[in-house]
Write a protein that binds this ligand. Structure first.
Ligand code: FAD
Ligand code: DLZ
Ligand code: SF4
Length: 509
């Protein structure tokens, strides 16, 4: 009697022990189902990239001799539900045992354990080996501590895995080179063209349209640019090592109209679908640096910190704090998300560039997500549910465990500071320093009030002013409150009036 093994759309890890030997006893199943395609409105490229990668993975398993059933979204026998489909297959193939790997999202974890409880067959759940930590390692690490400080966890990870350490100490004597990762892109610095793939997935798009699935964003489905499998994910990694890593650190926080991805790796989709493993990625980066010692260490350390630090930390906080995390709203923000998030039609140049490229490529890099669209939503007081819905739909790498912690936590501070050490709120000054957006803007970044003043400026002070009770005593906000208090009363009133005007006319900004 065969065992049925479910593979989810973000479990495309060909190196998992499950796939070592092909045999008759294991029947694999992958399924495209409507609830996954519609639990949020997805960017069309996200749907295309996930389904294409899932189909490619199923083909490669079949080619290596595994028995696999793949349910297409429009297959007549697809019951459009994980549980119903599993039940149907269990009956059809006289299955006696179901096995699945722990899902990374709470929603599916709940669903699969409920389904398992209703089945008459034995169910085995496997850990995935997809991360460097288990689900609750972050929780255990911070047990008894008052706050979750990513830097402490990051050092623990460096030591535990012996990454760029010697005798438990950093090889260079310094743990963190964050201070060296803050340059704006200077004119004349060449930025490589990103490596783009070109998959014809037009038949997939036709299927999605025929099934009336609501999507947003653009796609040229004859040339889908995202990797379809591990081979392509490794090509993307090779391109990153050869062309982008040397300047990754220096320009990690830069933003520019000249490039939509600058020196970023664009490996998040490959990592989150498990085409590549974070441990393997880090080893390759370290080996490459050892063979090319001219690459600045700050680039190597900065990149590794994102992967073994932030990424694993976010996953741990997710499993520690769900499901309550989904409802957190520390500031009580309640405004709807302005329409321009969905179409890019705004006169704010930084927002227009970030949103337009998100709609065009389903991608924006970290500082655009945090300090432009995220920052705006925070200081404008948008409801975190609305912000989450947008971020969970728009990006190619958006899966809830890493989306919600970054959005609700890091960017909106809706968790009251579990993840971020202070709210990532800023005026236009930061965007001006780190980008070339402001020179082409309808608004004046140096003005705080008046019709043409940068909305980020007045909204920033309005945010501080209206949340004084919640953030006024925060040690890292003290200087900003002192600056605000030192302004003349008339000026403060003018700024707040301008902010009120912006808030009343958000859609027209
Ligand atoms: P690089 O800059 O090349 O970084 C390398 C890798 O480090 C990334 O691929 C990613 O796996 C990891 N990484 C970097 N920063 C973070 C971080 N803050 N948290 C977790 N991992 C990180 N990342 C997602 O994978 N999915 C999301 O849905 C997502 N939503 C975000 C929402 C907001 C509001 C913010 C501020 C950040 C979000 N991030 C998300 C984190 C980060 O912005 C992306 O991982 C990154 O931009 C992906 O591009 P890249 O692969 O070129 O990254
Ligand atoms: C993102 C996604 C989409 C759009 N559709 C499916 C699907 O139809 N079937 C599936 O197994 N997985 C899909 N995925 C990825 C899942 O949402 C993913 O398995 C969860 O993010 C679990 O972490
Ligand atoms: Fe953005 Fe303000 Fe600069 Fe315009 S002036 S690009 S709105 S920061």
């Amino acid at each position: 009697m065969p065992t049925l093994r479910l593979i989810l759309g973000d479990q495309l890890d060909i190196n998992h022990p499950w796939f070592r030997v092909a045999d008759e006893d294991h029947l694999y199943v992958m399924m495209e189902v409507l609830p996954e395609a519609t639990y949020v409105t997805h960017h069309i490229q996200k749907l295309l990239a996930f389904f294409h990668a899932m189909r490619t993975f199923a083909h490669s398993l079949a080619r290596s001799g595994h028995r696999i059933i793949y349910l297409h979204l429009d297959a007549p026998d697809n019951l459009q539900d994980f549980g119903d489909n599993l039940m149907m297959l269990i009956r059809k193939y006289n299955i006696t045992r179901l096995e699945y790997m722990m899902p990374d999202e709470y929603r599916l974890d709940e669903k699969l354990s409920k389904i398992s409880g209703n089945l008459s067959v034995e169910v085995n759940v496997y850990d995935t080996n997809h991360f460097l930590t288990d689900r609750y390692e972050v929780q255990r690490f911070f047990e008894g501590k008052k706050t979750f400080v990513m830097e402490q966890f990051y050092r623990y990870m460096r030591r535990k895995h012996g990454i760029l350490t010697e005798d438990g100490k950093p090889v260079t004597g310094v743990w963190n080179y964050d201070r060296e990762n803050r340059s704006a892109l200077k004119p004349g610095i060449p930025v490589p063209q990103p490596l783009l793939f070109s998959h014809d997935v037009s038949s997939l798009e036709t299927m999605i349209r025929r099934m009336n699935i609501t999507t947003f964003g653009q796609a040229d489905s004859r040339r889908l640019i995202w990797p379809a499998d591990r081979t392509e994910a490794l090509q993307l990694l090779g391109f990153f090592l050869d062309h982008l890593l040397p300047r990754f650190g220096e320009f990690q926080d830069a933003m520019s109209v000249r490039s939509w991805s600058l020196f970023h790796s664009r490996l998040s989709f490959s990592l989150n679908t498990k085409m590549i493993h974070p441990g393997e990625l880090v080893s390759k980066v370290v080996d490459h640096w050892r063979n090319h010692p001219e690459i600045p260490f700050s680039s190597v350390e900065g990149f590794i910190r994102q992967v073994i630090g932030w990424r694993e930390f976010m996953r741990g906080i997710y499993w520690h704090a769900m499901p309550g995390y989904e409802r957190m709203n520390f500031f009580g923000h309640d405004r709807p998300l302005p329409g321009f998030y969905w179409n890019g039609k705004t006169r704010m140049s930084c927002m227009r560039h970030t949103i337009e490229q998100s709609l065009q490529y389903a991608y924006a890099h970290h500082i655009q997500r945090l300090m432009v669209t995220g920052n705006f939503a925070l200081i404008a007081g948008i409801h975190p549910d609305e912000v989450d819905r947008w971020y969970l739909g728009v990006y190619i790498d958006a899966v809830q465990w890493v989306e919600i912690t970054n959005t609700r936590g890091m960017s909106q501070y809706a968790d009251g500071g579990m993840i971020a050490t202070k709210p990532y709120a800023s005026s236009g000054k930061y965007i001006h320093r780190m980008s070339d957006y402001c020179s082409g803007c309808h608004y004046d970044v140096s003005a705080r009030d008046g019709e043409f003043s940068c909305p980020f400026n007045s909204l920033y002070w309005h945010f501080l002013d209206r949340h004084r009770e919640r953030t006024g005593t925060h040690p890292r906000m003290g200087m900003m409150y002192r600056t605000w208090d030192s302004m003349e009363g008339t000026e403060r009133r003018r700024i707040l009036r301008r902010a009120e005007h912006c808030l009343e006319h958000l859609e027209e900004l």
